[in-house]
Design a protein around this ligand. Structure first.
Ligand SMILES: Nc1ncnc2c1ncn2[C@@H]1O[C@H](COP(=O)(O)OP(=O)(O)O)[C@@H](O)[C@H]1O
Ligand SMILES: [Mg+2]
Length: 317
C-alpha cells in the first residue's frame, strides 16, 4: 500500500460515512513515497480499504469535535478531534475504478489519501487503452484531463441537463468540436461516419466555419431561392417520413399511409392492372350495393347515347 494512512471510519449510516482524521494532518499536500498526495479538504477523494476493494469517498463535510476527557493542559491536537463526512462514489478493484455503491466501509476501516494516478482513473471512462477518446476539458479541482470514449457517446443516446444559460448548447458544441478536430487532425477511422445536426436556433454555425473541409451547411429557407433539403423519390414515399410531415396519428392515420405506400410500391409501374383488380373487387362476388347505386347516380353526367347502355350494364347487378 503506497497510500498514506490518515485515519479511520467511525460512522456508517446508509451511504453517508464519517471518519476520524489523525490529529497531525492539516496540510493541503503531502509527499509520500515520491508521490504528491492531496490533503484532506472538501471535495477531495479518499480511499477506505475493505478487503480487496478500495472504496472511494468524496469529502462533503468537516468538523472539529472537542474531546472533554482530555485536560486543558494537554496538546491542542489531542483536545480536538477532526471528523470528516464522506459520500461513497465507487470502488477500485484490481486498479480499475467502478462507480456505484456496491461496497460500503465498516467501522474502523483505514482511511488513505489518494494519488493523482488513481484520481485520473476515476475520471477515466475508456475501457481499454486502445479506445479512441476525445478530450472535453479538465476536472475543476484537480485540473486532470477528462477524456470520454467516442464509442458509446456519439453512437448512443445522450442527455445534457441544466437550467437555461447553464451551458448545455456550449457543451454540445464542444463535444462535436472536439470530435471533428480529432477527425481532421488524426484521420481517425470515425471519418466514415456522418452526422446531421438540425440547428433550430442557429447556435452551431461556428462548427461549419471551423471545419469547412468536412462540414456542409444548409441554410433552409421556404422562399423559392433559399437552400433546400433534396429528397429522392424513394426517400419521399416512405410511411415514416410522410407520417412525420403530416403529423399523422399513430393508431389511425399512420396505418392508412403505410397501406397507401405499400400499394403504391406494388402497382406503381402497372396502373392498368391496379385498375383491373379494383374493378374486379368492386363487381366481384361481394360487391356493395352502394357502389352500384353511386355509379347509377353518375349516369346523367355521360352523353345521352351512352346513358341507356350504362344503365343496361348496371342493371345486371
Ligand atoms: N464552459 C463555459 N465557459 C464559459 N462560458 C460559458 C461556458 N459554457 C457556456 N458559457 C456561456 O454561458 C452562456 C449560456 O450558454 P449556453 O450554452 O447557451 O446555455 P444553455 O444552452 O444551457 O442555455 C453563453 O453566453 C456562453 O458563452
Ligand atoms: Mg441552449
Amino acid at each position: 500500500m503506497d497510500e498514506l494512512n490518515v485515519g479511520k471510519v467511525t460512522l456508517v449510516k446508509g451511504t453517508s460515512v464519517k471518519a476520524k482524521v489523525n490529529s497531525d494532518l492539516y496540510q493541503s499536500t503531502y509527499f509520500h513515497n515520491g508521490k504528491i498526495l492531496r490533503g484532506i479538504a472538501i471535495n477531495e477523494f479518499v480511499l477506505m480499504r475493505k478487503g480487496y476493494q478500495d472504496i472511494v469517498g468524496k469529502i462533503i463535510g468537516e468538523e472539529i469535535i472537542e474531546n472533554y476527557n482530555v485536560s486543558n493542559e494537554s496538546l491542542e491536537q489531542k483536545r480536538y478531534e477532526r471528523v470528516i463526512e464522506l459520500y461513497i462514489i465507487g470502488y477500485f478493484f484490481e486498479e480499475k475504478f467502478y462507480s456505484g455503491i456496491k461496497y460500503l466501509p465498516m467501522i474502523n476501516d483505514s482511511l488513505y489519501l489518494i494519488s493523482d494516478d488513481k484520481i485520473s482513473e476515476i475520471y477515466n471512462f475508456k475501457k481499454t487503452s486502445k479506445t479512441p477518446v476525445i478530450n472535453i476539458g479538465k476536472s475543476m479541482l484537480e485540473e486532470l484531463p477528462i477524456d470520454i470514449p467516442i464509442n458509446g457517446v456519439f453512437n448512443s443516446h445522450i442527455g445534457i441537463f441544466g437550467n437555461t444559460g447553464s451551458g448545455k448548447s456550449n457543451t454540445l458544441a464542444k463535444l462535436y468540436h472536439s470530435l471533428l478536430h480529432k477527425i481532421i487532425t488524426q484521420h481517425s477511422k470515425i471519418d466514415k461516419s456522418s452526422f446531421t445536426l438540425i440547428d433550430f436556433n442557429g447556435e452551431y454555425g461556428t462548427l461549419a466555419k471551423s471545419f469547412p473541409e468536412i462540414c456542409h451547411k444548409i441554410d433552409l429557407n421556404t422562399k423559392s431561392d433559399g437552400d433546400k433539403i433534396i429528397f429522392s423519390e424513394n426517400e419521399f414515399w416512405d410511411d415514416e417520413l410522410l407520417s412525420v410531415l403530416f403529423s399523422a396519428t399513430e393508431k389511425t392515420q399512420k396505418p392508412f399511409l403505410t397501406h397507401l405506400i405499400k400499394s403504391k410500391l406494388k402497382y406503381d409501374s402497372d396502373l392498368i392492372s391496379y385498375l383491373k383488380i379494383t374493378i374486379d373487387t368492386m363487381f366481384g362476388a361481394n360487391q356493395h350495393r352502394e357502389t352500384v347505386n353511386l355509379l347509377k347516380s353518375l349516369v346523367p353526367l355521360f352523353s345521352k347515347d351512352s346513358q341507356a347502355l350504362i344503365f343496361d350494364e348496371l342493371a345486371k347487378f
